[in-house]
Design a protein around this ligand. Structure first.
Ligand code: PMP
Length: 366
């Protein structure tokens, strides 16, 4: 295991090892009269009723108490967790840690989440694409072949369940990639995993065995906290330490961490479970309603809180509906997604409005 950890740490860019992580006086002294960080001791300019928390102070750089709560929930250890400004921050940091600009590459499996490409482009990192099958399965031999012929591929991004595919990547498949591509980081983006029975299907259970595995999760989806921007990467402590070394020191705000803490009580987690189960029930209802419509050609199976379905003239239908006030997402330009609309499952009344308008709009085009 030690040799495997060493091999993974070898993937870290040399300049990252050379840097000395930012330190503040509070790493050594956190109590007393704090005149160390050029904050404003007179307080914020907010009205008194909004002076919640100590917003004139910088937040905790390490978020240890929050990590302890997440660790219990995910059945991992706090030192295996990086907390960031959404999982989008982790995606970007991972590229910056492992990929030399102008030289290294990431591997993606389209159709997939768009930010991998945006972050790669921003960091001048190349992209190798190994498309999913038309049924949205990962082509493992092709992925391993691509990695074997291009030693510049440093990070493989698997999205499970996928966006926009809505399909889970089975853990055996993730494991085949982790084993076959042991010279790469394998990032398993699990933004939607809580809609698919997280305990059974999460790659978190693989991080202990595979130091090249990093799992991304977020409070933006099942937790219903997209507005606070809180995501995490879960992996080997040595890899997590490197992410912590390069992150901005105070990336997670006091407001974010305050709200994130609150959700991890037994009572609030029960609300989360109830919301997830209500969303899944609504999804079944919407799928059944769509199945009865002549315009709908195909509905892909879904392990998430959204569905991807095929309807002729999808782009016009999407546009007409958006102009009439119901906004789904046109995905027809993505690989294997010709004429596809991606619909997030909303509350019952929102879904009803969607279904009514969808019927009217498609009738116009039939
Ligand atoms: N991964 C996937 C697959 C997503 O769909 C999204 C959000 N659309 C993210 C990551 C980003 O999530 P966050 O809000 O945590 O940045």
């Amino acid at each position: 295991q030690d040799a495997r950890v060493a091999a993974v740490l070898d993937l870290v860019r040399p300049n990252i090892w050379e840097l000395e992580p930012y330190r503040c006086a509070r790493d050594d002294y956190s109590e007393g009269i704090l005149l160390d960080a050029n904050e404003n001791s007179f307080g914020s300019a907010l009205p008194p009723e909004d002076r919640v928390l100590e917003l004139e102070r910088y937040p905790d750089p390490y978020q240890q108490p929050l990590k302890e709560k997440i660790a219990v929930f995910r059945n991992v250890r706090p030192e295996q967790i990086f907390v960031g400004v959404g999982s989008d921050e982790a995606i970007d940091l991972i590229m910056r840690v492992f990929c030399e600009p102008g030289r290294d590459q990431i591997l993606v499996t389209p159709p997939t989440y768009g930010m991998y490409k945006v972050s790669a482009k921003t960091n001048d990192v190349g992209i190798v694409a190994v498309p999913l099958t038309p049924e949205f399965a990962v082509r493992v031999p092709e992925v391993l072949q691509a990695v074997a012929v291009s030693p510049r591929v440093k990070v493989i991004f698997l999205c499970s369940p996928g966006n926009p595919t809505a399909k889970l990547v089975p853990l055996e498949v993730v494991e085949q990639v982790l084993q076959g591509a042991s010279g790469c980081m394998v990032v398993v983006d699990e933004a939607y995993v809580d809609f698919a029975n997280a305990n059974a299907v999460s790659a978190c259970q693989l991080v202990e065995k595979y130091p090249n595995c990093l799992v991304l999760q977020t409070l933006s989806k099942a937790f219903g906290l997209a507005g606070i921007r809180c995501g995490m990467a879960i992996g080997h402590p040595a890899v997590i330490q490197v992410l912590n070394n390069v992150k901005a020191p105070y990336n997670v705000s006091q407001l974010t961490s305050h709200m994130a803490h609150k959700v991890f009580t037994a009572e609030n987690l029960a609300v989360l479970q109830q919301n997830v189960s209500d969303i899944l029930k609504e999804k079944t209802r919407v799928v059944e309603a769509l199945q009865g419509l002549p315009a709908v050609k195909k509905i892909h199976p879904s392990d998430t809180n959204f569905i991807l379905f095929e309807v002729p003239r999808a782009q016009e239908i999407y546009r007409d509906m958006a102009e009439a006030g119901v906004v789904a997402r046109f995905r027809g330009h993505e690989l294997h997604c010709k004429d596809c609309i991606r619909l997030t499952i909303g509350q019952a009344h929102e879904n009803d409005t969607f279904l009514d308008l969808f019927k009217k709009t498609t009738e116009k085009y039939l």
